[in-house]
Ligand binder design. Structure first.
Ligand SMILES: NC(=O)c1ccc[n+]([C@@H]2O[C@H](COP(=O)([O-])OP(=O)(O)OC[C@H]3O[C@@H](n4cnc5c(N)ncnc54)[C@H](OP(=O)(O)O)[C@@H]3O)[C@@H](O)[C@H]2O)c1
Length: 168
């Protein structure tokens, strides 16, 4: 479910479960649901069968770290980070360039490794250029240490308070 619309969650879940029963889908997930929406989802029949929440998450947009991410980790709902490169501009920050040199990869691979450092988080970068795809796959081998993370926190501060879920 891309985002909450006008239809009751219970009806949408009922339809997803019918598709599962018919063998059309293996699992279902949601997108752009904030912590309160997930509580509501869990309260409808079979709502707790949700396997993932696809949400905006990148260095420049860290709001989910406050409440949504820990909640999903606790409930075993996979977080699927969309726009993990912030659609491009964040890649020009010097802090990312320095870490890219240190880890012998592109700034994008550092940004993706940063997103993937959390257990229970996967990500869906978009890349139309084959060189970008090749650069991005290197993220799985980049292990950021405490010093790297502190340098990134200095440029891209973590949230100090809760805020509504960001969307692009
Ligand atoms: N659920 C939702 O509401 C929602 C909302 C927004 C997006 N999404 C999904 O999230 C996915 C990706 O998000 P996005 O396209 O918004 O943003 P993104 O993945 O953060 O950024 C994509 C941009 O980054 C560039 N890029 C990729 N790899 C790069 C690299 N190694 N070096 C430099 N630039 C690089 C791409 O350029 P090239 O194309 O030139 O390679 C493209 O311009 C898509 O599948 C999209 O459908 C979901």
């Amino acid at each position: 479910m891309h985002w909450r619309g006008s239809h009751p969650l219970a009806e949408t879940v009922e339809a997803f479960e019918a598709l599962k029963k018919a063998g059309k889908i293996r699992n279902w997930g949601v997108s752009n649901l904030d912590a309160g929406d997930l509580d509501e989802l869990a309260s409808v029949p079979n709502g707790s069968n949700c396997v993932s929440d696809q949400v905006l998450y990148h260095l420049g947009s860290r709001g989910i770290e406050w409440q949504l991410l820990p909640k999903c980790q606790k409930s075993k709902i996979m977080v699927m980070a969309y726009s993990p490169l912030g659609q491009g501009p964040i890649l020009r920050k010097p802090a990312l360039g320095r870490l890219a040199s240190k880890h012998n990869c592109d700034a994008a691979a550092v940004a993706l490794a940063w997103v993937l450092r959390h257990p229970g988080v996967v990500t869906i970068p978009k890349a139309t250029q084959p060189d970008h795809v090749r650069a991005n796959v290197k993220a799985v081998d980049v292990k950021l240490d405490a010093e790297d993370l502190a340098a990134l926190d200095a440029t891209f501060p973590p949230p100090k308070r809760g805020s509504p879920l960001g969307m692009t």
